[in-house]
Ligand binder design. Structure first.
Ligand code: 5GP
Ligand code: MG
Ligand code: MG
Length: 180
C-alpha cells in the first residue's frame, strides 16, 4: 500500500467485480439503443475504460473535461467546459460516467447542458457516491459504492494530480494535505 494512504476502502478485485456488475446492468438496460457513454475527465477515465469493456452491446464513447468555479460561485452550479464533446448528443441515449458525486453541482450543470442539446435520455453512472455532502437534489441512476464523507484517491481520483494510477481506492492521510 502507498505510504500516503490511511486505509484501503475498495481493493482492485472488489472494484473489478463491481464494475463488471454495473456493465452487465447497463448492457441489459441499453441493448439496441447504441448509448453514448460520456466520460467526465480526468477522474472517470479508468472507470470508463473498464466499464465499456464489460458492456457487450454496441456503444460509442466521448470525453468531456469540466472545471468547477471557486467556492463563492459554486452555489450557482456554474462549470467551465475545458474540453467539449466531439459529437452531437441530439437524439442520443447518453450515459454520463463519473468517478464520484460529492455536492452534485458539477453533474447537475452537465445534465442541464446535455438536456439543452436535446439528448433523447440522460442517465448517470458513478463509481462512488457521497450522498452526505449533496447540496442539490440529484441521485445517480447507477452507483458502484456509497461512501462516507472522507477524501479518497486512486482508480482515477487524485489529490493535486497524484494517486490517479493506484489500482485501489483509499482514504488519503490527512497529513498529506496538511503539509501543503
Ligand atoms: P461535485 O459533485 O461537488 O460538484 O464535485 C465532484 C468532483 O469533486 C469530483 O469529480 C472530484 O473531482 C471531486 N471530489 C469530490 N470528492 C472527492 C474525493 O473524495 N476525492 C477526490 N480525489 N476528489 C473528489
Ligand atoms: Mg468527476
Ligand atoms: Mg480532482
Amino acid at each position: 500500500m502507498h505510504e500516503d494512504i490511511q486505509e484501503i476502502l475498495y481493493t482492485e478485485e472488489e472494484i473489478k467485480t463491481k464494475v463488471k456488475e454495473l456493465g452487465r446492468r447497463l448492457s441489459e438496460d441499453y441493448r439496441g439503443l447504441n448509448p453514448l457513454c460520456i466520460c467526465v475527465l480526468k477522474g472517470a477515465a479508468p472507470f470508463m475504460t473498464d466499464l465499456v469493456r464489460s458492456m457487450d452491446i454496441p456503444l460509442e464513447m466521448d470525453f468531456m473535461a469540466v472545471s468547477s468555479y471557486g467556492a463563492s460561485t459554486k452555489s450557482s452550479g456554474v462549470v467551465r467546459i475545458i474540453k467539449d464533446l466531439d459529437a452531437s448528443v441530439e437524439g442520443r441515449h447518453v450515459i454520463i460516467v463519473e468517478d464520484i458525486i460529492d455536492s452534485g453541482l458539477t453533474l447537475s450543470h452537465l445534465i442541464d447542458l446535455l438536456r439543452h442539446r436535446n439528448a433523447a435520455s440522460i442517465k448517470v453512472v458513478t463509481l462512488l457516491d457521497k450522498p452526505g455532502r449533496r447540496t442539490v437534489d440529484l441521485q445517480p441512476d447507477y452507483c458502484g459504492f456509497t461512501i462516507p464523507d472522507a477524501f479518497v484517491v486512486g482508480y482515477g481520483l487524485d489529490y493535486a494530480e497524484k494517486y490517479r494510477n493506484l489500482p485501489y481506492i483509499g482514504i488519503l492521510k490527512e497529513q498529506v494535505y496538511q503539509q501543503q
